[in-house]
Design a protein around this ligand. Structure first.
Ligand SMILES: *[C@@H]1O[C@H](CO)[C@@H](O)[C@H](O)[C@H]1NC(C)=O
Ligand SMILES: *[C@@H]1O[C@H](CO)[C@@H](O)[C@H](O)[C@H]1NC(C)=O
Ligand SMILES: *[C@@H]1O[C@H](CO)[C@@H](O)[C@H](O)[C@H]1NC(C)=O
Ligand SMILES: *[C@@H]1O[C@H](CO)[C@@H](O)[C@H](O)[C@H]1NC(C)=O
Ligand SMILES: *[C@@H]1O[C@H](CO)[C@@H](O)[C@H](O)[C@H]1NC(C)=O
Ligand SMILES: *[C@@H]1O[C@H](CO)[C@@H](O)[C@H](O)[C@H]1NC(C)=O
Ligand SMILES: *[C@@H]1O[C@H](CO)[C@@H](O)[C@H](O)[C@H]1NC(C)=O
Length: 674
């Protein structure tokens, strides 16, 4: 593993505490006993990792005990990488807290995570690259390691979860994601005159480097450097090329301004600590033969407003989770509930950088209708073509968005549009119900279950107890058999709790677990007014009139809609970006629904049941996939069914289409409908 591990704590911090666990027991609840022995010998106790070279500005001398105080008192414009890293490294390792954290994470990944067994699969057909991963084994290994650094402990868990390549699985700890690290240069890899190279997408410092070729990063060929980073440090997809698109700069729709704006991508703007205090670039610009060598430090953008004065108040105020009173989950049941998208930087890194609305952004594409998840554009140069942008499935009001979608399609019809491009770039999911609705607005169901996935769930004793209570109580969703269809009885839902009470044992990749039988979520039928309108549109149920445009940054509910249209209805997709001449997934992490650990804990509390897990002491967003889906008639879970991810057509980014969606849409319209 080559994950971000350069911050091995020097042996000088705090007391060295041994943290270990007993050999894993086969029972479902592994108890991890923190060993109370305090080893005070000044030897580094982490023996499995090489100690990194001290960086410039990363002293080998003991870190000041008050590193967090220095961080707190430094003016935000003068903040450096080292200030943040020194503070993170100064947080003392607390073995009891670590034991609680690891025991909970282990229970989640052992007993609840649906891909624990599938992740062991040996082969990863193209376009996937994942090696088999034993997440339980990795976490148990962390349990057996000795730690002196709290930061390293949490970073090792993060690394193990990242390696799953599942965008739904996240281990995000506020304590170590309180500062954003940003580069002034953002990058992309367009094809110019048939040749692909890494180039500067934008330069925040406005030095005129836009579109200069980036020859090397940290001394290595730039493309190879980025691909290695995508393969080893980035977990948003099983496909390196989709990962590259997540990492690099793109245009993203901004609902506030109603414009597409440049987004730096997760390589140039990170919430986790980068591998060093700066990146070295060698640029080649068209106006000169001389290469330009740049050493670019990370800019530091604080994301917290909690006050602290030293390491202990940092832990108390920033890291530790306050005790929360559990609110019953919002009513409305599981389908209407938010299906949290992947972890991303939600706070604006820099306030005030979003341009105010400036009127129509594209001279050649009129906005007909704009909602909070969808926007409908009409292409002037291809008047028979409309673009339905669906940039999220997580609008504040999914029901209201259904009316926006109807209004948008009616507006297309009024403009005599017959061809539709669905632009899914940057859509990392949301409501599965809204996704199923959209699928049916273009391809109305012939059978009630046409837009529903066969699915199954892991079953444990604790989950059975929860499901029993859920069955007769309102307010606890997700594990209520009444929300699931009994596939042996048409499209009727379960009338008792047998789905969870009578699990079946299945062995997958040599690991044996209890599972529900195959079932599917019970989607309410789409209301008549929508289906009546859909029946009148010229493109309805016509694959040849519809194209999908994606860059693989289409996850969860977005992947589900893409799957239905491409695999079941034969719609062709254009996948843009990645590496020229290689495959690129149409979508990422489409094979499951996601649940937050804190939400699961909330269900147990509301049900007055004891959860098999303790709450994690630190503020966190730990998420996991819980409902495993399959393509129709497939035995490999969709998450791992690489064949279903391949697009029919590939496109390359160019300097023009990467900066203007209008150009990109016209490229697709021209290629699709000659
Ligand atoms: C980034 O660019 C800004 C100007 O926009 C400049 O003030 C700042 O010093 C630059 N930061 C780094 C780390 O180069
Ligand atoms: C979109 O969001 C705005 C602001 O939250 C809200 O006022 C509006 O009602 C929303 N529109 C729809 C269709 O949900
Ligand atoms: C759509 O086509 C009809 C019939 O040909 C025509 O009367 C109408 O003007 C067209 N509408 C637009 C907006 O072009
Ligand atoms: C739900 O309530 C009904 C009626 O009281 C009862 O017969 C049934 O056993 C309960 N189901 C579960 C799963 O507790
Ligand atoms: C599911 O449907 C089948 C066929 O109608 C029936 O035999 C079975 O009891 C049902 N299962 C549950 C749990 O309702
Ligand atoms: C099958 O579904 C029907 C509703 O469609 C229901 O009346 C019946 O009780 C169900 N049968 C079983 C065995 O669950
Ligand atoms: C849990 O306990 C509270 C207080 O005793 C009670 O009001 C509530 O109904 C119980 N909930 C369930 C699901 O049994």
């Amino acid at each position: 593993m080559v994950l971000l591990r350069s911050f091995i704590l020097s042996a000088s911090v705090a007391a060295l505490t041994v943290f270990s666990n007993a050999a894993p027991t086969p029972s479902s609840s592994v108890s991890i006993e923190p060993t109370p022995t305090a080893d005070r010998e000044p030897t580094p106790t982490v023996t499995t990792e090489p100690v990194s070279e001290p960086h410039p500005g990363h002293p080998a001398t003991p870190i000041a005990a008050n590193a967090c105080g220095t961080l707190a008192h430094t003016n935000s414009e003068e903040l450096k990488y080292k200030h943040v890293v020194d503070c993170y490294n100064s947080i003392p390792f607390d073995s009891a807290q670590a034991a609680t954290t690891l025991a909970t994470v282990l229970t989640i990944f052992k007993d609840y995570y649906v891909f624990t067994d599938s992740a062991l699969a040996r082969t990863a057909p193209a376009p996937f690259v994942n090696a088999p991963q034993d997440i339980v084994g990795e976490l148990e290994k962390i349990g057996r390691s000795k730690y002196t650094s709290d930061y390293k402990f949490h970073n090792d868990i993060l690394a193990a979860v990242t390696e799953l390549g599942d965008g739904h699985a996240a281990y995000s700890i506020s304590c170590y994601e309180s500062y954003i690290f940003a580069q002034n240069l953002t990058l992309y890899i367009p094809v110019v005159n048939g040749e692909q190279s890494v180039r500067v997408y934008s330069d925040e410092a406005k030095r005129g480097y836009d579109d200069c070729i980036v020859e090397t990063i940290n001394g290595e060929g730039a493309l190879s450097y980025l691909r290695t980073y995508a393969r080893d440090n980035f977990g948003m997809s099983h496909d390196t090329n989709a990962r590259l698109n997540f990492m690099l700069a793109s245009q993203d729709y901004d609902t506030v301004s109603g414009n597409y704006i440049g987004s730096p991508g997760m390589f140039s703007q990170r919430s986790t600590v980068p591998e060093g205090p700066h990146l070295d670039y060698k640029l080649k610009c068209s106006d000169s033969d001389d290469p330009i060598e740049l050493r670019e430090e990370w800019r530091i953008l604080p994301q917290i407003d909690t006050a602290f004065t030293d390491s202990s108040s940092y832990v108390k105020n920033v890291c530790i989770a306050p005790l929360v009173t559990v609110e019953p989950p919002a009513e409305g049941g599981l389908l209407r509930r938010r299906n949290e998208p992947v972890h991303r930087i939600t706070k604006r890194a820099e306030p005030g950088t979003v341009p105010a609305p400036t009127g129509p952004q594209f001279p050649g594409a009129d906005v007909l209708v704009a909602g909070n998840a969808t926007v409908f554009y009409h292409l002037k140069s291809h008047p028979d073509t409309g673009v339905m942008v669906c940039h999220t499935f997580l609008p504040s009001d999914p029901e209201a968005e259904k009316d926006v979608i109807l209004a948008g399609l009616v507006a297309f019809h009024d403009q005599n549009v017959t061809n539709i491009i669905v632009d899914f770039q940057g859509n990392t999911g949301g409501s599965v119900d809204l996704s199923a609705f959209l699928v049916q607005m273009l391809f109305p169901n012939k059978d009630p279950l046409d837009a529903a996935f066969p699915a199954d769930m892991r079953v444990t004793k604790a989950l059975q107890e929860l499901s029993k209570l859920s069955f007769n109580a309102s307010g606890i969703s997700y594990f209520n058999a009444r929300d699931f269809v009994n596939l042996s009885n048409g499209s009727a839902v379960y009338e008792n709790n047998d789905l969870f009470d009578k699990p079946i044992t299945q062995t997958r990749n040599g690991r044996s677990s209890l599972w529900t039988e195959k079932t599917t979520l019970n989607f309410p039928p789409v209301a008549e007014k929508y289906m009546t309108a859909a029946a009148s549109f010229p493109w309805t149920a016509k694959a040849e009139n519809i194209r999908i445009l994606t860059d693989g940054r289409c996850g969860s509910a977005c992947g589900m809609a893409s799957y239905f249209w491409t695999a079941l209805h034969d719609v062709a997709a254009y996948a843009i970006g990645g590496t020229h001449g290689e495959d690129l997934s149409m979508f990422s992490f489409a094979g499951a629904s996601v649940l937050k650990m804190a939400e699961l804990q909330g269900f147990y509390k509301i049900a007055n049941l004891t959860s098999p897990m303790s709450d994690v002491p630190y503020k966190n967003s730990i998420t996991f996939s819980w409902l495993q889906m399959y393509g129709k008639g497939r035995t490999t879970p969709l998450e791992y069914d690489a064949e279903l991810y391949r697009p029919k057509f590939r496109l390359d980014f160019t300097p023009e289409n990467a900066r203007s969606r209008e150009v990109m849409w016209n490229d697709v319209a021209a290629a699709a409908w000659k």
